[in-house]
Ligand binder design. Structure first.
Ligand SMILES: [Zn+2]
Length: 114
C-alpha cells in the first residue's frame, strides 16, 4: 500500500533517468551541474553520456523566470513595505529554485528550442 503510493508520488514529481544507462539523475545533481558548476550539456553521473534538457521542459522553465521581476514591479508600484517584499522575494526565489530541477526533463539528443 505504502509502496504503491510512493510509486505514484515519484511518477508525479517526474524523476529523471539517463536514456543511455537508465540510471536516475537526482534533482540535486541537475541543480548542482547547471547552477553551481554551470555545465551544459550535463553528464550522466554513471555513464558520462551527455544529457540535454528537452525543448518542452526548457520552455516551461524559462517561462518561470519573469515571475520575479513582475512581482518586484508590483511591490514597487504598490509601495509594499521592504520587510514584506524582501521576505516574499526570498520565499519565491526558494520555490523557483526548488521547482526548476523538477520541471527539467533530460534527453540524449539536443532539441531545437524554436
Ligand atoms: Zn547514464
Amino acid at each position: 500500500m505504502i509502496k504503491e503510493h510512493k510509486g505514484r508520488f515519484e511518477e508525479g514529481v517526474k524523476l529523471k533517468f539517463c536514456p543511455n544507462c537508465q540510471s536516475e539523475i537526482s534533482r540535486w545533481y541537475l541543480f548542482e551541474s547547471t547552477l553551481i558548476k554551470k555545465k551544459y550539456p550535463i553528464q550522466c553521473p554513471q555513464c558520462t553520456q551527455h544529457l540535454y534538457f528537452t525543448a518542452k521542459s526548457l520552455k516551461i522553465a524559462f517561462s518561470l523566470i519573469p515571475i520575479l521581476p513582475i512581482v518586484l514591479i508590483v511591490f514597487i508600484v504598490f509601495h509594499v513595505p521592504e520587510k514584506i517584499s524582501g521576505l516574499t522575494i526570498l520565499v519565491l526565489l526558494f520555490i523557483l529554485l526548488t521547482a526548476y530541477p523538477s520541471i527539467l526533463q533530460v534527453t540524449d539528443k539536443e532539441e531545437k528550442l524554436f
